[in-house]
Design a binder for this molecule. Sequence first.
Ligand code: NAD
Ligand code: ZN
Length: 355
Amino acid sequence: ETIQIQTASKKYPVFVGEGVRKELGTFLSTHFTNLTRVLIMTDETVEKLHLEKLLVVLKEWNPVIFTAPSGEKAKTFEVYYDALSAALENRLDRKSVILSFGGGAVGDLSGFVAASFMRGIPFIQIPTTILAHDSAVGGKVAINHPLGKNMIGAFHQPEAVFYDLELLKTLPIQEVRSGFAEVIKHALIADSDFYLWLKTNIHDLNSLPLSQLSDSLVKGIRIKNEFVSQDERETGVRVFLNLGHTLGHAIESEMGYGNFTHGEAVMIGMIYALKLSNKLLGMNFQLSEFVDWVKSLGYETDIPGQLSFERLISKMKQDKKSVGESIRFVLLDSVGQPRLEEISESVLLNELKSF
Ligand code: NAD
Ligand code: ZN
């Protein structure tokens, strides 16, 4: 299946399916004239598991390979610097292309390398995680600063996304959960039919049939695209994609990255946002049903006991969306109808205490 992503600055295809990586060679020869160099950026885990499969389809391009540490460790200044050095040493230029081969971390790192190397060169996303259905679409690329995640970055759209579902088979279950939380998020903010479909059909993330996985990802990508295409630089509706992320980010950072996957933390944040929506907006959401469902999928649904509510609140205040003593939250009027609300610290604290 091919999805066309339309943003104000660019239009590009997302190819989704088993084996789509095999089309990459043809795309490179038809899309680029005088392609000088191909740099594959990946991480240690993906290199071991899958790099060979990519190399066989790219033989004629004789690609250079840069391998970052796996996970969030890819998004540091040091790794970014090393990647730029590799690009310079191998004489990449404006007629070269970077291939991002990995999850969201590699995608963010390599996208930022592509955005900043010689003021910007093209790149292609070849995502290998479920979460990357989210991160590979939208053009946000970044690395982390010790004082904040994703603080140094750019908007840089890829030339194409090749989402080869065959590569997802090796994902550990907590990474499947992480990515699938974003699928559920996309349903909640945009499409009640899709939400009902998920709730009716998805019962076991350990053995997702390919067709369900594919449908979920295609739907998720289309929804992400709807929000992004209306608002490439996050001045309006794009903010709704942050459902569950205000508390989710706070939990992630308080737990230490790596102890809780992003999506697992966001799931708890979504439950919190849904509670607030029921209470403050009179949303009529069957929360206990939802919680039972996601529990059965293996999600943690409580705030980890060791975390301090005060610290979570102060973390939430550092969020890019906060204003003064209130914190801006994405809530829902109903499934598919998101809305941004300013909520005071005291209301938020009470609701954490009664979580
Ligand atoms: P990730 O890239 O860290 O991947 C998670 C783990 O899975 C890593 O250890 C990785 O090595 C491993 N892995 C990747 N593919 C695999 C495979 N096929 N089989 C087995 N293991 C595999 O994380 P992620 O969850 O994909 O993405 C999270 C990152 O994405 C965060 O840094 C987040 O900030 C970023 N993000 C960006 C955006 C955006 O719009 N740019 C949106 C959401 C998230
Ligand atoms: Zn997210």
